[in-house]
Design a protein around this ligand. Structure first.
Ligand code: TA6
Length: 290
């Protein structure tokens, strides 16, 4: 089946989300609100997690999928994780070409952002490309101001897993991380296969190579472009109970493995730009491998 792109309108009649369809039944769904990818299905399996209690009406950031964090990771002068994930983005164009479905979205400064603590003129283009077994999410951040500006950025990917107890993350061994739960910094990850058995909130800096998230036979490879850092997060039971848009036991079927530039800010001079993002590839084990 050839690739296709559908625009779906919201209650107000304006385009609310874009559905990309690729070969072999692959699909992805992107809300213009926050340019949040809320679904990625490949090889018949939904690869992303969205909470059953997530708000999809624009009243708060979508709890799940791939929220975009820009221009601030974490708490700070702006609201947590910055404004990109709560703005209405513009669909610039979309196209289905052969085996790929593509959507180009854009966010620019507006009077609200110019009145914020991060008042700079900028353009943030976001290109999402779907094929049968890959999802590419590439941001192009451009400084349209006459001043340099600094930012941190991240793609807050929520992976859907069958069981957190049998989920592994590989590729982090040797990386140094800050542990926001234990309040430590400078710890080196020694495990080739990282597992999660409680609340984890870690920022691994300067991680080389490919990261793989696996559970049972389902595996997704993460390749990154100018996103050297990886955040690993699972709220576990206590933090889950504190989140109104997250089910108390949903921590058992999700893990956040988030590529970004967050360990230190990126600075762009006027007219300078940075392309950054990730390529997700399905790499399921053959039955014989299990
Ligand atoms: O990426 C990990 C993290 O920074 C955690 O500290 C936690 O706050 C998570 O993001 C979710 O943040 P949110 O603002 O979406 O509730």
């Amino acid at each position: 089946m050839p690739a296709s792109v559908k625009l779906l309108d919201g209650a107000d009649g304006s385009t609310e989300r874009v559905v990309l369809c690729g070969p072999d039944g692959a699909s992805a769904e992107v809300y213009l609100y926050g340019a949040t990818i809320t679904s990625w299905t490949s090889r018949g399996v939904e690869r992303l997690f969205v909470s059953a209690q997530a708000k999809l009406d624009g009243s708060r950031p979508i709890r799940g999928g791939i929220p975009l964090v820009f221009p601030q990771f974490g708490p700070g002068e702006l609201p947590q994780h910055g404004f990109a994930r709560t703005r209405k983005w513009v669909l610039v164009d979309s196209e289905a070409r052969g085996v790929s479905a593509v959507a180009n979205l854009e966010l620019r400064d507006d009077e609200d952002t110019r009145a914020s603590k991060w008042p700079y003129a900028f353009s943030l283009r976001y290109t999402i490309t779907l094929t049968a077994t890959t999802l590419s999410a590439i941001m192009k951040i451009e400084n349209f101001d006459d001043r340099e500006f600094s930012f941190t950025a991240l793609q807050h990917t929520y992976f859907r897993v069958a069981d957190i107890a049998t989920t592994t993350v590989t590729g982090l061994d040797g990386a140094v991380y800050a542990d926001k739960v234990r309040g430590t910094t400078g710890t080196t990850e020694r495990r080739a296969q990282v597992t999660v058995a409680g609340n984890e909130d870690r920022v691994y800096a300067d991680v080389p190579g490919t990261i793989t998230v696996g559970c049972g036979k389902h595996r997704v490879r993460i390749q990154r472009f100018n996103f050297k850092d990886i955040v690993l997060w699972n709220p576990w039971a206590d933090k889950s109970a504190e989140m109104s848009d997250f089910g108390d036991s949903e921590y058992k079927t999700m893990i956040c493995v988030e590529p970004g530039a967050v360990a230190k800010p990126v600075t762009l001079r006027p007219a300078q730009m940075l392309s950054c993002g990730q390529l997700l590839t399905v790499d399921d084990a053959a039955d014989a491998e299990l």
